[in-house]
Design a protein around this ligand. Structure first.
Ligand SMILES: NC(=O)c1ccc[n+]([C@@H]2O[C@H](COP(=O)([O-])OP(=O)(O)OC[C@H]3O[C@@H](n4cnc5c(N)ncnc54)[C@H](O)[C@@H]3O)[C@@H](O)[C@H]2O)c1
Length: 321
């Protein structure tokens, strides 16, 4: 009789992307058996080397066999641009459909635990700051709506008896090396290095809860080592304005010109996480990287890249938006 495989593997969907790539590398470094699944629908900033076994296919093509030896899934594969989701909303249905497929498959294959990646965008313009997990869901973009759909599916699996333990994590603004310049901090770094300008949308007073990637990876690993709460914020609990970020960047580039751009439609004034539940689950995390140091590390990473490659990346992002 053939022995059933032991469940010793961690699957990271979207593992060629920013958060998934860093997470997979950290897991491999700590001795875990890791499979990364990604169909490379967006070109990776860092090749998925050192992230374990790489499987190039969409989540919808995952089969029960792929999960036979998996004990934990981090589901991070997603379309994630707010502006693009207004232009190509149908693409964002894939966030829901892929989540539906993955969760059903995990239930059928007996995968014990699934961590599902969501976003603070589900809160929209929250009445309460810092925002606790119990705040109403009020999505303001097709992207945020797709994540509400994904969270509802996760909730259905949480309530179904005998299924996997499913926990939703709501990321706030994660930043650091390897993020594409469709997000704020890498966009500013890339523009500074190639054009010596800092594009700021609106008055720059919109505030975000920034967390450095290494701290997010630490929290993701710590969370999955304990019983999963149904939903938890992964943020720092502090917010900084875009103008604060510009101020830090100008310490390195004092002559850079700030170029004002139109505000985004439906721009949210502030995101700030309540970290009470996160702290209860995993305790305070010593050694968190502060914004100034995190921006310095991110800028240094961009500064070590080829300028033509950076221009090409910005062009891709601007062409897509
Ligand atoms: N980066 C942030 O600040 C942030 C904030 C809130 C939420 N999130 C969420 O965290 C997760 C990871 O974000 P990220 O910043 O690493 O994004 P990313 O775009 O860098 O990575 C996502 C990866 O998923 C892959 N992918 C997308 N759909 C897929 C599918 N159906 N099948 C296979 N591969 C697929 C892409 O090719 C990409 O490599 C996402 O769920 C995102 O919505 C991120």
């Amino acid at each position: 009789m053939r022995k059933s495989p032991s469940r010793d593997r961690i699957l990271v969907t979207g593992g060629a992307g920013f958060i998934g790539g860093h997470l997979a590398r950290a897991l491999v470094a700590s001795g875990e058996e890791v499979t990364v699944l990604d169909d490379l629908r967006v070109p990776p900033m860092i090749p998925p080397e050192g992230t374990g076994k790489f499987v190039e296919k969409p989540v919808l093509a995952l089969s029960e066999r792929d999960l036979a030896d998996v004990r934990l899934v981090y589901h991070l594969a997603s379309h994630k641009s707010v502006p693009r989701s207004f232009k190509q909303p149908l693409e964002y249905l894939d966030n829901v459909d892929s989540g539906r497929h993955l969760l059903a498959l995990c239930a059928d294959a007996g995968v014990p635990r699934v961590v599902v990646g969501s976003t603070c965008e589900v809160y929209g313009e929250a009445d309460e700051l810092p925002t606790p997990e119990s705040s109403p869901l009020s999505p303001r973009s097709p992207y945020a709506a797709s994540k509400v759909g994904l969270e509802m599916l996760a909730g259905a699996h949480q309530r179904a008896p005998g299924g996997p333990e499913v926990g939703v994590v709501r990321f706030f603004n994660v930043y650091g090396p390897g993020e594409r310049p469709d997000a704020l901090i890498p966009r500013l770094c890339a523009n500074l290095l190639t054009r010596e300008e800092i594009p700021v949308e609106g008055d720059g007073e919109q505030r975000r809860d920034f967390t450095y990637i290494a701290d997010v990876v630490d929290k993701l690993i710590a969370l999955a080592g304990r019983p999963l709460p149904p939903v938890v914020n992964l943020g720092s609990g502090r917010s900084f304005s875009v103008n604060d970020v510009v101020h830090v960047l100008r310490k390195s580039f004092p002559d850079a010109e700030v170029v004002r751009k139109a505000s985004r439609p439906n721009e949210i004034a502030e995101f700030r996480a309540s970290t009470a539940l996160q702290n209860r689950q995993i305790g305070p995390r010593p050694g968190a990287v502060d914004l100034e140091e995190g921006i310095r590390l991110t800028l240094a990473w961009w500064g070590a890249r080829d300028l033509d490659d950076i221009r090409q990346r910005i062009f891709q992002e601007e062409g897509a938006d």
